[in-house]
Design a protein around this ligand. Sequence first.
Ligand code: NDP
Ligand code: X2W
Length: 311
Amino acid sequence: MKIFVDGAVGTTGLEIGERLAGRPEIELLTLSEALRKDASARGDALNAADIVILCLPDDAAREAVALLEGSSTRIIDASTAHRIAPGWAYGFPELEPGCREAIGAADYVANPGCYPTGFLALVRPLVRAGLLPADALLSVNATSGYSGGGKSMIASFEDPADPAATDTAFRTYAMNLAHKHAPEMTVHAGLTHAPIFQPAVAKTYRGMIVEVPLHLHALPGTVTLADLRAALADHYAGSALVRVVDNAPPVMTIEQLAGTDRIDLFVYGDEKAGQARLVAALDNLGKGAAGAAVQNMNLMAGLPETAGLQL
Ligand SMILES: NC(=O)C1=CN([C@@H]2O[C@H](COP(=O)(O)OP(=O)(O)OC[C@H]3O[C@@H](n4cnc5c(N)ncnc54)[C@H](OP(=O)(O)O)[C@@H]3O)[C@@H](O)[C@H]2O)C=CC1
Ligand SMILES: CC(=O)N[C@@H](CCC(=O)OP(=O)(O)O)C(=O)O
């Protein structure tokens, strides 16, 4: 199986390379430093591969897809460019019945965003189960490690001359609510209204916490914390990568799943007050990016789904 990672020396590309290294069933096509942005060399490598994984900014990802027009090469795009585009399978095998099979058969797979992975893992099964109405008004608070912003954000947080490195432990952003992940969250959750998305970045390299607060009294009928937990546990029963944790710890840390390709889900709350906190912990570079891309590649190639992944 010939695999080419376009953007192989970027943050996500390097992580994918680590997960593919030493796997005898994979022949990794590579370009030298001098040629890695050369359109002709990239075009050759893209077309020579059975599956390409695009780890590029959105515009470069669109350009790579254009270079593959008419080719038999299958594509996994880690960028935001095709996540709600027609003709692309959404690369979250655990999200819906049939997703895993659709990814396995697809020529075009859009890898989910890191924040949407946490949000959708919590919300989509509850919408499917009828516990959350499709027109629910939700918000999502999330904090990412700074590798979530790729090479430029990493450089900024690690430059001793940069205020991001010296003066900041935690910062919010997307204060105008126009984050590129909002449409992806809305569409794949099956919601009619976009959630209010409040992302933040912390001065730690990798790891992520995504939280969805809920007023239980605002939901139709009577919904308990046990109902929410049971619906999630049912949905993810038997999953190797998505776990619903029964004994939720009293505090959560952003690092708790760093270095893994798994995602853990928690239901906290105060039943009497009618309030719940749904929380997902993951690694933005693991199930949030490279781990998911390799999982999707495995499915497309007919290989064991979790081969090369950190469980
Ligand atoms: N970091 C994360 O946690 C996540 C990232 N993603 C997505 O994955 C994609 C890659 O992100 P990330 O790895 O963080 O970004 P990086 O900036 O770390 O890496 C991007 C790589 O693409 C290279 N590149 C840029 N333009 C071209 C081009 N025209 N041809 C070939 N190579 C090019 C860059 O080159 P150079 O080294 O010269 O800059 C760099 O090596 C993005 O779309 C991002 O949104 C998705 C989920 C999570
Ligand atoms: C901390 C940080 O800046 N994170 C990035 C998202 C990283 C990511 O998931 O990239 P995709 O857009 O490809 O999904 C951001 O908020 O733009």
